[in-house]
Design a protein around this ligand. Structure first.
Ligand SMILES: [Zn+2]
Length: 186
């Protein structure tokens, strides 16, 4: 186990406890003395990801986590959002009951969830994942995203679109804003 602070390989376990679906271990680095926690979970079944070029690799939750964290960097998401997406996808994958899953499917699963979670994160992820070849296809994706679909848009995401694509709600006209002479009836 490598120390996350100094990358030394020698650590000792100072505490270990059952955490339901895994074991938490508190470790101390024998070189720098700093402590960190690791979490071991039982891998029931190795899931293989089939990449676009046909290569296969193990499904690694940390990789999924890392790509989500990157896409969601500095976005105002509720605590635990990324964990929830990862768990959701893991759960769904284990229900599929297959030993191999095309990476494309996982990419689509991530995008489905990001689309509802945070549009900026979605576009970031999509721009890497879809590997847009030109600005036109990227634009098409953004345009498709900006089409108002009220049933699918959580209210906390509306600020991203506000004032640009959505018509002003009628109540704004009843505000205290003074009417200007140019402003006719709607
Ligand atoms: Zn260390």
């Amino acid at each position: 186990m490598q120390c996350p602070f100094c990358t030394n390989e020698n650590t000792k376990v100072i505490d270990s406890r059952d955490a339901g679906d895994g074991i938490r271990r508190r470790r101390e680095c024998l070189r720098c003395g700093l402590r960190f926690t690791t979490y071991e979970r039982v891998q029931t079944r190795a899931l293989q990801i089939v990449k676009r070029d046909g290569r296969r690799e193990d499904f690694i939750r940390e990789k999924l986590w890392a790509s989500l964290t990157k896409a969601c960097a500095k976005r105002p998401l509720p605590v635990g959002s990324i964990e929830k997406v990862v768990e959701d996808i893991e759960g769904q994958l284990s229900n599929v009951g297959r030993a191999e899953i095309p990476s494309r499917i996982i990419g689509e699963m991530v995008m489905d969830r990001l689309k509802n979670l945070d549009r900026v994160a979605y576009i970031r992820f999509a721009s890497v994942y879809r590997d847009f070849r030109d600005i036109e296809s990227f634009r098409e994706e953004v345009d498709a995203l900006l089409e108002p679909r009220p049933a699918e848009v959580p209210s906390n995401q509306l600020s991203f679109l506000e004032d640009e694509t959505l018509p002003s709600p009628p109540r704004r006209r009843r505000g205290r804003r003074p009417k200007t002479p140019q402003e006719g009836p709607a």
